[in-house]
Design a protein around this ligand. Structure first.
Ligand code: BGC
Length: 610
């Protein structure tokens, strides 16, 4: 079980997938013709379901987005300052990574108070202001809710760890461990011996070492899936659920539109504490790779999800639950929606498409497979696709070949916005920001990059500050030193420069988002693959909706020209006149027939059939 460092070397996929699921296992010219952009947003938004169904959700890492007070760290007022940019891009909702008070061991994913804002990021009043300003611009605010664990500095844990008789003792997962000299105790367990006791089993922390930490005051170990400063809550105790739901209500009452649920498949652990099977090999942190069948995706979690959904649904305005769900396959993903009943999460993330392993190759066949499965195997639930986040090497580097990255980034964006999916993007993805991994261990901020160096260099590379313009520190901060250095390419890769260039990646995103926002076909049209077996070209049609024309999408996944026929034989499409809506290949701009189209290397083409 390796963490994401693999990306840097073998370019494998999602680091967390390894924790939770792997267990099983030359800038071209963008051309746009106006026809798709004519309608107003309002006219297309009628009657096609709750707001989140076709939303563009944009992830913001508050530390890295915009510093408003010159301390080198981004903050909430900085985000508020950038809402006009987000509105202009076409974003419907922002998900803000944890901004609660936190010792910041895991940069906010170690929460010490769920009902407040870390002074580094501002105040609750600043959050209220951000929510209100977002509302003015039709941008909803989603918070990151970390329910698997708290910080070890949360008062709940301080109480819990103070004595075995404290009323909160059972709020966390405690165990007496085993006698170090007992039978079957392994050498690995012995590495973590304290006062003659060893951890009760072989479970490892995804961030290195045993998942069990000894506390002398209670003579017990507590369980932590992540850093030892992130003790796991005991979800078998109903008081924990109540306290966590209360924390969620605190923010729902203040007007947040929902939550992204962090590491949600790991809420429960096997009550028998069975050893996890060995998966072979040693990970970057020096621990044996395990199949995490007893610490992730346990069926018990689904009852909690159903109760959480019911709680959230009591609020008006279609509040939404998004899950960070690294899962082994589409069948497992379906369970997180509640299958046919649709009574769990509205939007568990489909990590299979964007972080699908096979070294995240740009492979038309596997993309087709996952897009099709999301369309046909989720009982009509709404898929949520995503290619990028704050935990993984940027898609630019994972999918790029080093030569055609600009076009490959356009292919990913085309898929994100022209499939029948809710779209989740990560700050800077729209600019083509690159992963800037530290080159010296002493510069690393992410603890796993320090303990795992040099095999695991941590996640700093994808978290560098947002690049706004070509001024010092890219307009991110006035501080003498920013918390992470701005990536060296900021003079050319930045919002201001790309806004001025009609052919930029940023404008490609804007055009795609506007098209989708305004075209009922792209929002709701049935999606049918065109050539099911073509290994080089991914093509599909969206059947016309409400009298609007059908839309055809084709992308060349190879470095060679590909000639294809795009006649949508399996789909219910009438008309034979084709016009180009958007392409990055000038030669395709005048396309008039679907019969014989030659797509240049890595070209994307979107057309309308009338
Ligand atoms: C977050 C990570 C974090 C981990 C532990 C993940 O799902 O995205 O950034 O380190 O959970 O909270």
């Amino acid at each position: 079980m390796t963490t994401k460092n693999q990306h840097h070397h073998t370019s494998s996929s999602g680091w967390l997938r390894h924790l939770t699921a792997l267990a099983f296992v030359a800038l071209s010219t963008a051309c746009l013709s106006g026809n798709a952009l004519g309608q107003t947003a309002e006219s297309a938004h009628q009657n096609d379901g709750p707001w989140w169904k076709h939303a563009v959700v944009y992830e913001i890492y508050p530390r890295s987005y915009q510093d408003s007070n010159g301390d080198g760290i981004g903050d909430l007022n900085g985000i508020t300052r950038r809402l006009d940019y987000l509105q202009n891009l076409g974003v419907d909702a922002i998900w803000i990574a944890p901004m609660y008070p936190s010792p910041q061991v895991d940069f906010g994913y170690d929460i010490s108070d769920y009902e407040n804002v870390d002074p580094k990021y501002g105040t609750v009043a600043d959050m209220d202001h951000l929510i209100a300003e977002g509302k003015q611009r039709n941008i909803r605010v989603l918070l990151d809710m970390v329910l698997n664990h708290t910080s070890d500095k949360h008062q709940w844990f301080i109480d819990s760890a103070s004595s075995r008789t404290n009323p909160k003792h059972d709020w966390y997962v405690w165990n007496d461990g085993l006698p170090a000299n007992g039978p079957n105790v392994t050498a690995y367990q012995k590495r973590f011996e304290h006062e003659g006791r060893v951890p009760p089993n072989n479970w490892i922390s995804g961030f290195g070492g045993s998942a069990w930490e000894w506390v002398p005051a209670v003579h017990q170990f507590y369980y932590h899936k992540f850093y030892k400063q992130q003790p796991d809550l005991n979800w078998r105790n109903p008081a924990v659920e109540k306290a966590c739901f209360d924390a969620m209500r605190f923010w729902l009452d203040r007007g947040v539109a929902g939550f992204r649920l962090d590491a949600i498949p790991t809420l429960f652990e096997d009550t028998q504490l069975r050893d996890e099977p060995d998966a072979g090999g040693i990970n970057a942190q020096g621990d044996p790779n395990l199949k995490d069948i007893y610490t992730s995706n346990l069926p018990d979690v689904h009852d909690v999800m159903r109760r959480m959904r019911a709680m959230v649904e009591k609020y008006p305005g279609n509040r939404v639950l998004i899950g960070e769900t690294y899962l082994p396959n589409t069948a497992a993903l379906n369970e997180w929606y509640g299958g046919e009943k649709h009574d769990e999460l509205q939007l568990p993330m489909d990590m299979l498409l964007g972080f699908h392993g096979d070294h995240d190759k740009l492979d038309a066949s596997s993309f087709r497979k996952f897009i099709n499965e999301a369309e046909t195997q989720l009982y009509g639930s709404q898929p949520l696709f995503v290619f990028d986040n704050h935990d993984n090497v940027r898609s630019w580097d994972r999918y790029g070949d080093g030569v055609h990255n600009q076009q490959i980034a356009r292919i990913l964006a085309t898929i994100l916005f022209t499939t029948r999916s809710t779209a989740l993007m990560w700050e800077g993805e729209e600019l083509g920001m690159v992963t800037t991994t530290p080159t010296r261990r002493e510069d690393v901020k992410d603890p796993i990059g320090i303990t795992g160096w040099p095999k695991e260099k941590g996640r700093d590379g994808e978290r560098t500050p947002m690049q706004w313009d070509s001024s010092k520190d890219a307009g991110f901060s006035d501080a003498a030193k920013t918390w992470l250095p701005v990536a060296p390419d900021y003079k050319t890769v930045n919002v201001k420069t790309e806004e001025a260039d009609p052919n930029s990646l940023l404008n490609w995103h804007k055009k795609l988002i506007a098209m989708r926002r305004n075209d009922p076909t792209l929002r709701d049209g049935k999606q049918v693959m065109i050539d099911d077996t073509n290994p080089s070209v991914l093509s599909y049609v969206r059947e016309g909706v409400a009298g609007n024309p059908a839309v055809v999408v084709a992308m060349n996944f190879t470095a060679q020209p590909q000639t294809v026929s795009l006649e949508p034989k399996q789909a219910n499409v009438s008309g034979s006149t084709v016009t180009t809506l958007l392409t990055d290949a000038p030669s395709l701009q005048e396309t008039t027939s679907l019969q014989k189209i030659t797509l240049p290397p890595y070209a994307s083409w979107i057309g309308s059939i009338k």
